[in-house]
Design a protein around this ligand. Structure first.
Ligand SMILES: Cc1cc2nc3c(=O)[nH]c(=O)nc-3n(C[C@H](O)[C@H](O)[C@H](O)COP(=O)(O)OP(=O)(O)OC[C@H]3O[C@@H](n4cnc5c(N)ncnc54)[C@H](O)[C@@H]3O)c2cc1C
Length: 436
């Protein structure tokens, strides 16, 4: 049993020494929980704050979607060891799980392990992080001061101390708008009953919203492809696909050449569907605004520099990507790339204009290090707006960070990532890549 039995360090008059404080993990998605598994294996104290009511809360929003990477790429090795010690029945590693299975068959059992469960605080949203008694401008002994984490739960805010912080909050909760300039407007917000952000369950609970309707899907990544392939099975649904790309074939990716075959198949299936003429494709089309008139939506924009509009739309599904939330990190010294909004040192590795999914070279603590000592952004959020993140990459990130934080510098610099060699999201002939 590890040293986590100690109670959490809610601030009192008697201040604990910094070395006795836990490491705080924010977010109980796959990468946050893997961090916990690694810390537990090193007998290091930790606490996890999760804003949702369940671990894997973001994945549960797309629980009906089948992943394109098989189980063996979706689980962390140290987490698996802990699970196996407790009699976990591993899934067939070559299978592609649905989001729901990833949560129910892996993340939940992991979170329920006695080494982890007592240290997860659910329905606990981190709203700010600072350094004890310092504002961002103050240098004095900054590295030696603890972090103070402001956590909102049950309508009140607690201040909790930690010696290091690992932000694994993902980006799912902050979707981009449909507006091609990527600016949220009041008008777009007011259409929330007509625009769905994410991947609705069109075969299940959301079927009636989209069946026998004229539905516009906005976006050119794997989420849009998934959505369209599902909509195509509905009766009487007319699909309009709106993309910014110059040519629709830019989204097909590597198809048969993709190192992750399921991802390649998505490209091949959408290619066939477009060729069959069943989808009304508008590309390039830049959306300026969406207006509601006479009970339907009109999408106004431009195509090849000419004003254009698409009319009589009943519903819009926005698969336009998402962006990281830095609002609660205002008091933390951060280096974020100005283009990708990724951790700065990752930007040249992950720029989606250059790299396709899976080709990103492994990286760890050294690349993820921030000016704020012992503070790290990991997982999906570390890639900022770039859609190319894979869980396997995140597991390698946190393995290296935990090794560093627990004094094993040799392990921190070692590379242990086991990814398909050449993920092919796009060919160079077709141009840009896009994953999720
Ligand atoms: C549809 C889809 C399919 C994907 N398929 C694959 C795939 O096949 N293979 C693959 O490798 N990757 C895939 N990905 C990419 C990526 O691996 C996943 O998004 C993965 O869930 C990222 O893990 P994460 O732990 O970084 O973030 P998340 O899973 O997003 O977890 C973040 C957690 O932090 C919590 N949180 C957020 N803000 C706060 C806060 N302020 N305080 C406390 N808690 C907070 C959230 O509730 C959430 O539980 C896919 C992504 C999507 C969207």
């Amino acid at each position: 049993m590890n040293a986590n039995k100690m109670s959490f360090n809610i601030l009192t008059n008697c201040e604990p020494s910094i070395s006795t404080l836990p490491i705080a993990i924010i977010g109980a998605g796959p990468i946050g929980l893997a961090t916990a598994a690694h810390l537990s294996a090193k007998n290091e104290k930790f606490v996890i704050f999760e804003s949702g009511h369940s671990v894997g809360f973001n994945i549960l929003q797309w629980s009906h979607v089948r992943l394109f990477s098989s189980w063996n790429y979706n689980v962390d090795k140290v987490a698996v060891k802990l699970l196996e010690n407790c009699g976990w029945k591993a899934p067939v590693m070559k299978r592609l799980p649905f989001g729901k299975e990833l949560v129910e068959d892996y993340l939940m059992p992991l979170a329920n392990l006695p080494e982890i469960k007592p240290y997860i605080q659910m329905n606990s949203k981190v709203v700010a992080i600072s350094k004890q008694g310092l504002d961002k401008m103050k240098n004095a002994e900054r590295g030696e001061q603890s972090f103070i984490i402001y956590v909102e739960r049950d309508g009140h805010t607690e201040r909790i101390q930690a010696k290091a912080v690992i932000d694994a909050t993902g980006t799912w909760g902050q979707p981009n708008p449909v507006n091609a300039d990527n600016v949220w407007t009041q008008q777009e917000r007011s259409l929330s009953s007509r625009i769905t952000y994410g991947i609705p369950d069109v075969k299940g609970k959301d079927r009636s919203t989209f069946e026998h309707k004229r539905v516009a899907v906005v976006g050119g990544g794997h989420s849009a492809i998934n959505t369209i392939l599902e909509l195509a099975n509905l009766e009487g649904t007319e699909i309009v696909w709106i993309l910014r790309k110059n040519r629709v074939d830019e989204v097909y990716g590597g198809e048969a050449l993709d190192a992750l075959p399921a991802r390649g198949q998505l490209g091949s299936r959408i290619h066939q569907l477009v060729d069959s003429g069943k989808i009304n494709v508008h590309t390039p089309f830049l959306i300026h605004q969406v207006i509601e008139e006479d009970g339907t939506l009109t999408i106004q924009g431009s195509s090849k520099q000419k004003d254009s509009s698409i009319q009589n739309i009943d519903q819009i599904i926005a698969n336009t990507g998402s962006r990281p939330d830095f609002s609660f990190l205002r008091e933390i010294r951060l280096e974020i790339d100005s283009t990708t909004e990724s951790v700065s040192a990752l930007a040249p590795l992950i720029d989606p204009n250059i790299h396709s999914c899976g080709t990103v070279r492994p990286h760890g603590e050294a690349e993820l290090r921030q000016p704020e000592k012992n503070f790290y952004v990991v997982g999906m959020k570390s890639y900022g707006r770039a859609p190319t993140f894979l869980m396997a990459t995140g597991y390698e990130q946190v393995r290296s960070i935990v090794a560093h934080l627990t004094g094993d510098q040799e392990a921190a610099t070692r590379v242990e990532l086991d990814l398909p060699e050449t993920g092919v999201c796009s060919s160079t002939i077709r141009g840009k890549s896009s994953c999720c």
